[in-house]
Design a protein around this ligand. Structure first.
Ligand code: ADP
Length: 407
């Protein structure tokens, strides 16, 4: 904790003590001056009374003793005008000192308590805040006053309450996600499994079926089993990539060659779907540091989706470019658009646009979630837009700088 001495609570305590001392001394001085004034006034009254008495005596003497009148009068006047105040005795001095000390202590304590009242009430606020946080009220916030150590403690307590609240929320979310995952998986596994069991039951009933029908049912059961296998595979991949349980094998990849190769691998699928495809780039080569197998999986998901969902659109365009040290790959297909409301959820696991679930595309709703996890693992981003110019998935990765070795 870096805190200048002038902002520390020790400095405040010293300051309050000094102020209390100054106020005590001033009050005591004022008090004793007041007492002294009263004493003086009372003393003067006494002298005046004596003066009056002496004047009477003087007048009588003037009448009777004219010869010594002037002399006597002078003497009396001198005695009257210079009254002798008796110096206080030792006992009185001791009493005065003890009284001064007691009054001083009382005043000092009173001033100190008054001056540190705000300070003490802030400590009470902090203690109250801690009690509430300890009781589980993580919305509690302690007001930050000044810049001393207590304000520092208060701000740390606020941060701690925030962090705990966040942790609890994350915990709840992950518990909810886990339950949701189990429900979705159970649902998606059950659907093909039910049909597999159904078809196998029909097949096992030898007498009722001719060989062609039996063969067809076996094929359906086989395809459903393949779908089940794909779902389980995707599920494994998704949990592995999403929860970081994968070791990445980085190497330098030339994206021009990489995408070219990938597109070639999809040639049969393009042919089968009757789609044209086009890979365009004005780059001779551009490099990224990545795990080739993982990256291939992410782009394969995007291209296979473009083929699956862009069948009505006649062509798929793949573009590669670079801008400000970033490598940008886009995969565009045409045909059925993704509704705007779904664009935000499209990368969520098991999310499928209305109609896709029942369609013949045989998806699992995990392809884009897997692609996103992989791209994020590489420090990149993935985005989507879907309008009359086509459905475009765009991946942005960091370009490998010259001289940047792979670590
Ligand atoms: P799957 O394809 O297995 O259903 P994905 O996560 O790959 O799962 O895709 C989620 C949903 O997003 C798909 O069901 C589909 O509705 C939509 N989608 C994905 N890619 C495209 C695309 N290229 N064009 C149109 N819709 C798409």
């Amino acid at each position: 904790m870096k805190n200048s001495i002038f902002r520390s609570f020790r400095f405040e305590i010293v300051l309050y003590s000094l102020l209390s001392l100054v106020y005590t001394l001033l009050t005591e001085a004022a008090l004793f001056f007041g007492v002294y004034l009263v004493y003086q006034i009372l003393n003067n009254d006494d002298v005046n009374a004596k003066m009056q008495q002496s004047e009477n005596i003087g007048s009588n003497l003037m009448n009777n003793l004219n010869s010594i009148n002037n002399l006597a009068n002078n003497n009396i006047q001198n005695r009257i005008m210079e009254p002798k105040i008796q110096p206080p005795g030792k006992g009185l001095i001791a009493v005065i000192i003890i009284t001064a000390i007691i009054i001083g202590l009382v005043l000092f304590t009173t001033y100190f308590l008054l001056l540190t009242k705000k300070f003490a009430s802030y400590l009470e606020d902090i203690a109250e805040g801690i009690t509430k946080i300890a009781a589980g009220n993580f919305d509690t916030r302690i007001y930050i006053k000044n810049e001393d150590e207590f304000a520092f403690i208060a701000s740390k307590l606020n941060t701690m309450a925030d962090d705990i609240k966040q942790l609890i929320e994350n915990d709840r979310k992950s518990e909810y996600t886990k339950n949701e995952l189990i429900t979705s998986v159970a649902h998606d596994l059950r659907t093909p499994l039910t049909s597999i069991i159904g078809y196998l039951e029909l097949v096992s009933d030898q007498n009722k079926l001719n060989s062609d029908t039996r063969q067809r049912y076996i094929e359906i059961a086989y395809n459903k089993s393949k779908r089940l296998e794909k779902l389980i595979e995707d599920l494994f991949a998704y949990t592995k990539f999403s929860f970081g349980e994968v070791t990445m094998d980085f190497s330098e990849i030339d994206m021009v060659k990489f995408i070219n190769q990938l597109v070639d691998e999809f040639y049969p699928s393009f042919q089968e779907s009757g789609l044209e495809y086009d890979f365009s780039t004005n780059l001779h080569s551009v490099h990224v540091v990545a795990d080739g197998n993982l990256l291939a999986r992410a782009f394969a998901n995007l291209i296979s989706n473009a083929i699956k969902y862009g069948k009505d659109g006649k062509s798929v365009n793949i573009k590669l470019g670079k801008e400000n040290g970033k490598v940008i790959v886009s995969v565009t297909n045409y045909g059925r658009l993704i509704p705007e409301k779904d664009l935000l959820n499209i990368f969520e696991r098991f999310f499928r646009v209305e109609g896709s679930r029942s369609s013949e595309t045989g998806g699992t709703g995990l392809g884009l979630a897997i692609a996103k996890s992989i791209i994020v693992m590489h420090g990149g981003t993935i985005g989507v837009k879907s309008d009359f110019d086509g459905t475009v998935f765009e991946v942005v990765l960091d370009e490998k700088k010259e001289g940047n070795d792979i670590t």
